[in-house]
Design a protein around this ligand. Sequence first.
Ligand code: CP3
Length: 346
Amino acid sequence: MAERNDRFLRACRQQKVDTTPVWFMRQAGRYLSEYRAVREKAGGFLALCKTPELACQVTIQPVDILGVDAAILFSDILIPLEAMGIPISFGEGEGPKLEPVRSSVDLDKLRVPDPASETRFVLDAVGLVRRELGGRVPLIGFAGAPFTLACYAVEGGTSRTFGQVLNWMYQDPESFCRLLGLMAETVIIYLKAQIEAGAQAVQLFDTWAGVLSRHHYREFVLTATARVFSALKSLGVPMILYVNGSAQFLEEMALTGADVISVDWRVGMDEARERTRGSCALQGNMDPMALYAPAGVIKEQARRIIAHAPQSGHVFNLGHGMLPDVPRENAIALVEMVHELGRKEI
Ligand code: CP3
């Protein structure tokens, strides 16, 4: 029967586990004073991402502090965009800023970077984390999904309306597909390199695909996402697809070839289960805001999610990333609650 070192991978494969595994998106971050101290030492967020020894330390912090069942590499989805030729920066207390790609002329200047030379620090961090974890829990590698990477590249940062990227999609679908194809190529070799360096599962973050209709998801995004998963399938590690705000196209997500679909809190686990018909495992889906509530409320939310999720094939997570000032004791308590509520009868 699975224990902490493999219950996450077993659940991704819909195999029996002793209890429900749990990890959190953005589990390493500002809500931990230990994280803030290492970021300070690195001299900023990007410097932290680019210093393997320090990235390794913050990757492991939540494994030790919270007791989660998986580590996720500390990095950012924007790192490969910089290597493609798009300058990026993170101001203190603001979101990322990028030099926007606005036309097919700009697009022609981008290149598919070689991970071994241009993002070596990511692969070095993967190797270090595997060594430091010593098999305690598996390590998840990740990348932004093609559409979300295109959103950041075109908008030049986070956007409220995604006007620029949607405009491109409507005005010039052909070069928009070329943009998504270039992102897919980049993600394929980037994730392959992470897996070869030691990542034991991978997650694609399609944070912003929820702005699309079902029709446009199917027409533009499904193909690019499926291309990534189909290229990685033979490497044999579980592949997770996260989309925030995805209730309108859960069926399409299940067609991408992902082994695990990560859903947000707006859709019930029972509905997600029905609509994906057991074709993949499910990850999620507590509202990140619930972590500010009293313990009794948190427990009730966890109980409901676990009751509606599959017995085999559920990885507990939040519906989006951990917020920067969440009380850490609530996150620690939630991990314990999930392990207790998720215990399976053997
Ligand atoms: O999950 C983890 O613990 C691994 C590390 C991780 C980070 N970002 C660290 C981070 C992962 C997997 C990401 C993914 C990421 N990055 C996404 C997809 C997931 C999501 O949240 O939707 C996106 C959209 C980004 C881009 C990004 N990075 C934004 C918009 C921001 C600013 C928002 C904010 O919270 O400040 C970041 C910065 C960032 N990435 C931080 C961390 C810990 C905060 C930086 C800091 O220390 O100040």
